[in-house]
Design a protein around this ligand. Structure first.
Ligand code: NAI
Ligand code: A1CAB
Length: 281
């Protein structure tokens, strides 16, 4: 039997407001990392989601945010940008009374907005994780306002580190670019997987073989990218024999404007972050 992970029963309670996909990934990472589940309080209005969080992870669940934040020193806002203003307004009195460390993972929503909606003068960390957090293989960009002290920054970093790597971003204006690169980024790789699989089937491969070939290629390439210490361009060069098959494919990608298209896609996602902020102010 493997040893149980170290437990931290004395850890100060942490509250999640919103118990959807990203919250589940982050809470799962915390529990796997050894945080006592009964120190995690999750507010989630959908009963079925609430019950499955409690059953799967052993965390304490509540129907309302006000109940979940009671006694918690860190509040993680994991609701959609559309409802963030209303959710914050409902907690403003409690925020002013208890001055929690606020962590928001909502795309686009700015620290100034969060402070304003919470009644002013809050220590806020804006974080942008991504779904591989579910496997502990995520990456999160983090930006803190000046009201967050070193302990608060360390606490926020530890929280997100349970989901994977963390990167501090000094300029909050760049958080939408983080969203466009890594927050939305897993979907770009999934799209590539779909396209490779479809193309393989179009070349005559059986669907099951096409999926295995495409997915394992992406996994192997991702591991080489992260484990070899080599630059992506160098790894690509080693696959590309002169006048070989890879060269034929890469020339086709380049002629089709692949790099420009990727840049345009990330720019569109980045712009949408700003639009979400303005639309839900
Ligand atoms: N899904 C992703 O890949 C990523 C999402 N995000 C951000 O995370 C946030 C949540 O996204 P998801 O987890 O994907 O959405 P989701 O829809 O799975 O989860 C949001 C949850 O909030 C709950 N909720 C709604 N109103 C509430 C309220 N008043 N109080 C408490 N909970 C309430 C909903 O019932 C839902 O379960 C969004 O702001 C999104 O921008 C950030 C990084 C990546
Ligand atoms: O698509 C979205 O708006 C969210 C934020 C990053 C990933 N999913």
């Amino acid at each position: 039997m493997p040893a149980d992970p170290p437990r931290s029963p004395d850890a100060a309670p942490i509250a999640f407001i919103g118990g959807g996909n990203m919250a589940r990934s982050l809470v799962g990472g915390l529990v796997t990392g050894g945080r006592a589940p009964d120190t995690i309080r999750v507010a989630e209005p959908v009963a079925a989601v609430r019950e499955s969080l409690a059953a799967d992870l052993g965390v304490r669940v509540f129907a309302t945010a006000a109940e979940a934040v009671d006694g918690a020193g860190t509040w993680v806002f994991a609701v959609k940008p559309q409802v963030m203003r209303e959710v914050c307004a409902g907690l403003a009195d409690a925020a002013q009374a208890t001055r929690p460390l606020v962590v928001s993972i909502a795309a686009g929503i700015t620290i100034a907005q969060l402070e304003r909606w919470l009644g002013g003068a809050a220590g806020v960390v804006r974080a942008m994780p991504n779904t591989p957090a579910l496997l502990g293989a995520g990456v999160t960009g983090l930006h803190a306002n000046a009201r967050v002290d070193a302990d608060g920054r360390a606490a926020a970093q530890a929280l997100l580190a349970s989901a994977g790597k963390t990167v501090w971003i000094d300029d909050e204006a760049l958080m939408d670019a983080v969203t466009g690169t890594s927050g939305s980024g897993p979907a770009y790789v999934f799209l590539l997987a779909e396209a490779m699989e479809d193309a393989a089937v179009a070349e005559g491969l059986p669907p099951e073989a096409a999926r295995t070939l495409a997915l394992q290629t992406i996994l192997g390439a991702a591991r080489m990218l992260t484990e070899s210490g080599e630059a992506p361009a160098e790894l690509r060069r080693r696959v590309t024999s002169p006048n070989g098959t890879t060269q034929a494919a890469i020339e086709t990608f380049e002629a089709g404007g692949f790099r420009t298209l990727v840049a345009q896609a990330i720019a569109a996602a980045t712009r949408r972050g700003g639009e979400l902020s303005r639309a839900h102010d």
